[in-house]
Design a protein around this ligand. Structure first.
Ligand code: RB5
Length: 149
């Protein structure tokens, strides 16, 4: 499993904190940018992270922007991505267990660092339960297959 992270300028500081936190736990995290506080466009970063996540179905991604919303809107338009914008640990756990979420979206201007790191831990430590949830995720995947863009 590879873990890929990215942010725009609005999420840069939180991205750096998350990287530091994950490094201290032994995770090897690939950083797709941005690399400074200079203004940039969140779709560009989201596109890069989504592409890397889709290289292997074990891969996971984290996207941070000011609200987490722009990143999640973009990521959820990419076939094969199930992005979850979370502001609490319960949703973070359940979206892995039930939705097989492969990208976590966070908002630096919404969620404080302490809670954001807990959300990241909860999301990474949970795993997809399959069973009755598989059928529902398959329905989402079918929608992707039917799209001809
Ligand atoms: C950047 O100002 C801001 O719009 C962006 O980080 C994000 O919140 C978009 O959804």
């Amino acid at each position: 499993m590879k873990l890929i992270i990215g942010s725009d300028h609005g999420g840069f500081i939180l991205k750096e904190k998350i990287k530091e936190h994950l490094a201290s736990k032994g995770y090897d995290v690939a950083d797709e940018g941005t690399y400074s506080l200079d203004s940039c466009d969140y779709p560009v970063i989201a596109e890069k992270v989504c592409a890397k996540v889709l290289e292997d179905n074990q891969n996971l991604g984290i996207l941070v922007c000011g609200t987490g919303i722009g990143m999640s809107i973009y990521a959820n338009k990419v076939k094969g991505i199930r992005a979850s914008h979370c502001t609490d640990t319960f949703s973070a756990r359940l979206t892995r267990q039930h939705n097989d979420s492969n990208i976590l979206c966070l908002g630096e201007r919404i969620t404080g660092v302490g809670l954001a790191l807990d959300i990241v831990d909860e999301w990474l430590n949970a795993s997809f339960e399959g069973g009755r949830h598989q059928k529902r995720v398959d329905m989402i995947n079918k929608l992707d297959m039917e799209r001809n863009d």
